[in-house]
Design a protein around this ligand. Sequence first.
Ligand SMILES: *Cc1c(COP(=O)(O)O)cnc(C)c1O
Length: 338
Amino acid sequence: MGDPFAAFPRFRLAHLPTPLTEMLRLRAALGPSCPPLFIKRDDCTGLAGGGNKTRKLEFLVGEAIAEGCDTLVTTGALQSNHARQTAAAAVAAGLRATLVLADMVPYEGSTYRRSGNRLLDDILGADVKIIPQGADAGAFFKQVMAAIEAEGRKAYFTPAGGSTATGSLGYAAAYGEIADELSKRELPKARIVHASSSGGTQAGLIVGRLLRGEGPAVHGINVYRLDTDQMRADIAKLAGATAEKMGLPAPRADAVILEDGFVGPRYGVPTPEMVEAVELVARTDGILLDPVYTGKAMAGFLSLIKAGAFARDEALVFLHTGGMPGLFAYEDEFLTKV
Ligand SMILES: *Cc1c(COP(=O)(O)O)cnc(C)c1O
């Protein structure tokens, strides 16, 4: 079989394959009933701090260039990893980036509005537009797009998280990378567990499994929406659109496994379980998670392991989707001695 992604324009940004390593010390800390634990290091994609958005941006930037666009436009929260990765991808591809950011997370940490990803956006030279409090976001957005056009530039827009069918191709391809590595290590029974938010990662992985016909199950942990049923339906829809792009039938609706109960009060608002999970993995394996996505997902993952939710002979692969710069925006949660 040839490369099933060859038909799609792609601008290489990621250092691939990312490492897949065992988390021996975390496993030991969890006790003898813990299944084999692995971590797929997509925090190490290499683009300005890395993370899962790099793989999506390879296809998004490829499409932007193919369409003759010169400006990447995206949106997200103030601490959006996708916005930071878009800023870096634009630089790497010789494009401009405009980031329309919403101050939408009810979190008042002392560095939230000035450090972490927000700081990196400025260093990367992105054109950052913050939606003013109380403003009509739609109207503000239209103004930004009109200004880009008035300068004679052509915008390529991606929604929050880069979660379009094109962006999801990055994780359809990543699935093959993970499955190949697991079969090389003779681990036929496995499960990929990851933080799910705008859904492109999960939709892509589901389509990757469809493409292969078999392989590790895909298990998302909702860190984003309060309505998990709606989120499942949205991911199924995005997976359907991604499958269609690849000439595949839509995946079955029950292909979307999405765990509820770990988002806490709201997206981006810290939970004690998140802080505990971030500190635990830092201190067992020297791996830094993030406060918004992977910390909450790891908290969910640990809680499911402790509840015996996974078979003992099933290799569990935690997909580290990145976000470490966000720790600096949440330092009040972690800094103990000043
Ligand atoms: C965006 C993001 C996710 C979620 O990926 P989606 O494709 O939006 O579901 C998970 N982890 C990190 C660190 C992210 O930045």
